[in-house]
Design a protein around this ligand. Structure first.
Ligand code: FPP
Length: 274
């Protein structure tokens, strides 16, 4: 029998191998997908065309993150504040989301991606909620990348909901004030069980957090690119990861305390996980 000949690696596979050999791949990447509207307007197209093109970027980035070995990817897909946009843009965004969920769940399944969502789910249209629940249920056993969609989400909503729950517990006599610590707060947020992001990426150049994961981003490295989200593809993600690999994450300590070995052992992750 003839020897099986291995297919030569593609340029993209080579880029991924180079990145993995170069340093640590962020465990959790969070992305503020901004600039869809501007991308479309600059091309003389309606804003919704930018959102549609943005879905293509989502597909590419989800696939690339899975291949790189990123464990969590959180996408800011619709903020609490986005409800204030013109009604037709909101309804088109919801329809787009519905279609993306319908079309992409099988692909997520094939790629071993587990879907999760954070945000005020009660405010979503019932059909979006149903499709989302369905996708979450179908992919719940997957062990590769966890894709977290932040929908009708804001950091202040998250913290407010957590405080309300804790105060309720305290008022019922089930929680002593001394028991409230960072670990408990972290476990009461919607991101319970999800490690804090190592890297926050924001497209389209704005230097803002925009009410995203306010508590969870405390020690995340931030990478901002001027590229608008519909043009943000995996090559740019690799640039962000390369940039991340050049950073020294000190978590309030001094350089000497953060030797490379300690960083790679995951010690630092444990310090920040709550
Ligand atoms: C910000 O651009 C983007 C959004 C508010 C929506 C993001 C949604 C998608 C990419 C599509 C659906 C997502 C998934 C997960 C399938 P902007 O409209 O604020 O752009 P601008 O700042 O240029 O106006």
């Amino acid at each position: 029998m003839g020897k099986a000949t291995a297919r030569p690696a593609t340029r993209d596979q080579k880029a991924q191998i180079e990145l993995k050999n170069r340093g640590e791949i962020p465990h959790h990447i969070a992305i503020i997908m901004d600039g869809n509207g501007r991308w479309a307007q600059r091309r003389g197209m309606p804003r919704i065309a930018g959102h549609k093109a943005g879905v293509e970027s989502v597909r590419d980035i989800v696939e690339a993150c899975g291949q790189l070995g990123v464990k969590y990817l959180t996408l800011y897909a619709f903020s609490t504040e986005n409800w204030r946009r013109p009604e037709d843009e909101v309804s088109m965004l919801m329809r787009l989301l519905l279609r993306a969920l319908r079309d992409e769940t099988d692909r997520l399944q094939r790629n071993n991606v587990r879907l999760m969502a954070i945000g005020d789910m009660d405010t979503l249209p019932p059909e979006v909620r149903r499709e989302l629940d369905d996708g979450i249920h179908k992919t719940s056993g997957n062990t590769g990348l966890t894709l977290v969609l932040a929908l009708s989400y804001s950091g202040r909503w998250d913290i407010t909901s957590a405080v309300r729950r804790l105060v309720g517990e305290a008022a019922a006599g089930r929680l002593a004030p001394e028991a409230v610590d960072e670990k408990l707060i972290g476990a009461t947020l919607s991101t319970e069980g999800i490690p804090d992001p190592d890297l926050l990426v924001r497209s389209s150049g704005e230097l803002r957090i925009s009410n995203f994961l306010l508590w969870q981003l405390a020690y995340s490295e931030i990478y901002v690119t001027r590229t608008c989200w519909p043009s943000f593809r995996r090559e740019e993600l690799y640039d962000a990861v390369r940039d991340f690999q050049n950073r020294e994450r000190r978590f309030g300590m001094v350089s000497a305390q953060i030797d490379k070995k300690t960083r790679l052992s995951g010690f630092v992750r444990k310090v920040t996980d709550s």
